[in-house]
Ligand binder design. Structure first.
Ligand SMILES: Cc1ncc(COP(=O)(O)O)c(C=O)c1O
Length: 313
């Protein structure tokens, strides 16, 4: 080794970014050791709380904002508006603030305190809707609001906007493919707006049509798996493409919460409730295999739910 080489600065190990937007995506994939998984099967968790806004929805927020700017429908002076059960709200509040836009968010009163406070801290204006009308009530209200002043509002419209699944086609799918070196056999994620499943599945199926994509739903309309939708009883998102899911599994709130406690015990991961449901389903899938590489999308972390007192430890 020459002295000149030795004196060069070490390559950076932490990224140097021009803006916080660039910190979105490239989340870690962690090997998990849940009890009950057959020996020849690997279960991995894609840890989306590593995004700067703390959830997978940062990807959606950034993609919608960038595509809006590219199309010319979003520009200086516009206010970004959308409905959200909380995580897209935080993502839009963060990305909007970083890029200089005002943000208004419509959300059910029932969203966790942590999300409300985060959105307020980022300077977003919040309109609350009745908790019992859930995410659909917020959706109907935001449509009225956006239509009331189209010159003022840029309606992010995550349930209809193709930039939502595109975020996952462009980032989540390729990252998982790279991180597993193309070995992934099963992808498991929850259904909310359906953007994660639709976009990630399109990418993975293009690379390998044999990858099985498993969509996870709550087992009943009134459930505690925040962020997930019981599609049979909900307003079906326009971006939903049922061909993208090879299989659909229903999970109860209780099983989701119990699995949060299990993965905390087995691997030290404090995951959110929908992530617990995805892991419950991932293990169910794993138990039907002798060999396989199962990747579960862990949409957010458990720190976002501490105020609910809903934990199964
Ligand atoms: C915690 C949580 N899990 C899962 C989802 C579902 O993701 P998607 O909307 O991409 O279907 C969301 C969406 O908001 C969420 O907030």
């Amino acid at each position: 080794m020459s002295a000149a080489w030795a004196l060069r600065p070490a390559p950076p190990t932490a990224p140097v970014l021009r803006s916080i937007d660039e910190a979105i995506g490239n989340t870690p994939l962690v090997r998990l050791h849940l009890p009950g998984v057959p020996e020849g099967v690997e279960v991995w968790g894609k840890c989306e709380w590593f995004n700067p806004g703390g959830s997978v929805k940062d990807r959606t927020a950034l993609s919608i904002v960038r595509e809006g700017e590219r199309a010319g429908t979003l520009g200086p002076g516009k206010t970004i508006v959308d409905s959200s059960s909380g995580n897209t709200a935080v993502g839009l509040a963060l990305v909007g603030r970083a890029r200089g836009y005002a943000v208004e968010l419509v959300m059910p009163e029932s969203v966790t305190e942590e999300r409300k406070r985060l959105c307020e801290a980022y300077g977003a204006h919040i309109v609350y809707t009745d908790a019992f009308s859930g995410s659909d009530g917020a959706l109907l209200r935001v449509r009225e609001l956006a239509a009331s002043d189209p010159a003022k509002y840029f309606y992010a419209d995550q349930y209809r906007n193709p930039a939502n699944p595109l975020a996952h086609y462009r980032t989540t799918g390729p990252e998982i493919w790279e991180q597993t070196q193309g070995r992934i056999t099963h992808f498991v994620a929850g259904l909310g707006t359906t953007g994660t499943i639709v976009g990630t599945s399109r990418f993975l199926h293009e690379r390998n049509p044999r990858v099985q994509v498993v969509a996870v739903e709550p087992d009943e309309p009134l459930h505690g798996l925040e962020g997930l939708k019981h599609l049979a009883s909900a307003v079906v998102p326009e971006i939903w493409d049922e061909k993208t899911a090879d299989r659909r599994l229903s999970v109860s709130t209780e099983d989701g919460l119990l699995t949060c406690a299990e993965v905390l015990a087995s691997d030290g991961l404090l995951v959110g409730h929908s992530a617990g449901a995805a892991l419950f389903a991932a293990r169910q899938v794993a138990q039907g295999l002798t060999r396989g590489v199962v990747v579960a999308l862990l949409s957010d972390g458990g720190d976002r739910y501490l105020s609910t007192g809903a934990s199964a430890q």
